[in-house]
Structures are given as C-alpha cells and as structure tokens.
Design a protein around this ligand. Structure first.
Ligand code: MG
Length: 306
C-alpha cells in the first residue's frame, strides 16, 4: 500500500494540507458564486468546495439548498423572498439566474452567522460548466464538487445515478484529472460514479455522533447498502474498499487513530467545516490532508504557526 502513496494526488505532507474554501468562502463572500471563487484565489487557498445539483433539463448548477434559499435570494424585482422558494430541479437555468444571490437577508438567522460577509450584488447561480471553464484556467486549483442528493427523499432532485451521469458528462470535456474530486453524503451517487467512471476521484462524506443529521450507522440509507460490520466497524477501511481517494469526515468526528488508519490505506482525509483558528491548528498538527473552511485566510494563518 505504501508504494502507491504518491499515486493519490490528494494526499499532502504532514502539516501542509490543502485549504478548501467552503462554498467559495462563505464567511467572506456570498456562497457558491463565481465572483466569490475569483476572490478566493487571492487568499492563497489552493482548494475550492462547491455544491452541485441539477436544474430542470438535467443541467448541473452550483447551489446548496434544494429550494431557492430565502436567506440569500432576491427575486427579479430585487425583493427578498418571504418563504423558501421553488425547488431547484424544477426551474430552468434562466429562471434560477433571475435571482440575485449576492447578499444575506437582513434579520434572517442565517446571515447572523456570517457577520463579516461582504455583498456581491448581482451575483447569480452559476452553471457547473461555467465554473469548470474558469477552474480549468486556474493553475493548481483543486476542486471538490459536492453532489447534493438526499438518501431519505425522492422529491428534492434528480436520482443519484442521473446526477452522477450529468456531472461526469460535463467533466469529460475538461482536463482536470487529479484536480477534481467528487464528494457526496449520499453514497449512492458515489456508487454510480464508480460504476460509470471508476477513474474519477471520489470523496466519501461522513457525519457521525450527531442526532440532527447522522449518515453513518448500521443500515443508514446514506451508506448505499454498505455495512460497517463487514469491516469490523472501521469507517476508513469501508471507504478505502470502495476505491475512494478521499474521506471527508466532520472534523469533530475524526480520531487520530482513524486518521492514521485512513492514510495508511492511501486515503486523503479532508475535514469540514473548520472555522475556528484553534480547531484549524489542531487539524494541521494531527496531519489531515485537507481542511474545508468558510474562512480560508484564518486557516492559512494557522499554517505558518503550526
Ligand atoms: Mg458542500
């Protein structure tokens, strides 16, 4: 296994992880907008994490929520939505791009979480194609495409196999091998990717030990039928056995023993979402391969301290 170590382009030397701006850099600029991705590059962050799902007509677009988010979107008249908007997969790209995504709704609890965010008025929901066009010309940029899919719902978007197929069809037009990893909490998407294009790097997102949204437990629909018991309860072994390049755990879930187990299996370990400088320093010190953060500048500053 060790002989293969250098073959995984997402592994990094101890203490030098890739810093991924989460949804661009949500703490600094409006999330999942091309304008914010351009600004992210100036922070020195090498990585970018984005959320992808299909608009109507199977066109992949970059937006997080399954509905047009009232906490971010203004309609074509410039008015804030007073309720959650239509489903993303039921609107055309043109309809989606009628919304201004460049700010935070005043008074909404979501906005209070990002008091430093600067508006980018007029920013639109980008297509994945537009982001890939840009990314290809950005030397050294590492892109984590998170496909949003819901293992417990069938009404919020296209089926996982379809999402995998549509993202792959786009990716084929670009020369981004080694710079793109496709991740998902819904491992049915990753199973479909493995079947359709095993050479494309996959990242397995996991969330454990939390009551509100738990993806890893025996019989979980998010695990695509896999059983931890078949791997003596070892999440790293289960993920490595899928031919994964990356494991993407919630950072509070990660133990040093699992980190070592994963890296010994040639998995890159990319943690999310690390926004506190102390937490970032700890993740750097234990030797993760990637840190996904809303505040890339804050985490980059910790790199020089660690
Ligand atoms: Mg995401």
């Amino acid at each position: 296994m060790k002989a293969d170590r250098m073959s995984n382009p997402f592994r990094r030397p101890q203490g030098a992880p890739v810093i991924y701006g989460h949804r661009g850099a949500r703490g600094m600029w409006p999330e999942n907008t091309l304008e914010s991705f351009r600004l992210l590059r100036a922070t020195g962050a090498q990585g970018l994490e984005i959320d992808v799902q299909n608009a109507a007509g199977r066109v992949p677009v970059v937006v997080h929520d399954p509905h047009v988010p009232m906490q971010i979107a203004r309609d074509a008249s410039g008015n804030w939505l007073d309720a959650s908007g239509p489903k993303i997969h039921e609107l055309s790209v043109a309809e989606l791009q009628s919304y201004d995504m460049g700010g935070l709704k005043p008074g909404h609890a979501y906005g209070t979480r990002y008091p430093e965010q600067k508006p980018l008025k007029g920013a639109r929901i980008p297509t994945l194609q537009a982001v890939l066009d840009w990314a290809q010309a950005e030397a050294g940029l590492v892109l984590n495409i998170e496909i949003k899919s819901y293992a417990t719902r069938t009404d919020l978007g296209d089926p996982p196999e379809m999402l995998a197929e549509d993202v792959l069809r786009l990716l084929e037009r670009f020369a981004l091998t080694g710079r793109v990893v496709i991740s998902s909490f819904d491992w049915r998407v990753l199973t479909a990717l493995r079947e359709q294009a095993p050479e494309v790097a996959r990242g397995y997102l996991s969330y454990q030990q939390h009551d509100d949204f738990l993806t890893i437990e025996e019989g979980s629909p998010w695990m695509a039928g896999l059983s931890l018991a078949a791997y003596d309860g070892s999440l790293p072994r289960m993920i490595a056995d899928q031919g994964a390049r990356c494991w993407c755990p919630y950072f509070h879930d990660l133990t040093e023993a699992d980190l070592k187990a994963a890296q010994d299996l040639d998995l890159a370990v990319n943690v999310w979402t690390v926004n506190d400088a102390g937490d970032a320093g700890r993740m750097i010190a234990i030797g993760v391969d990637g840190i996904i953060t809303d505040y890339p500048e804050r985490v980059i500053a910790e790199l020089s301290v660690a």
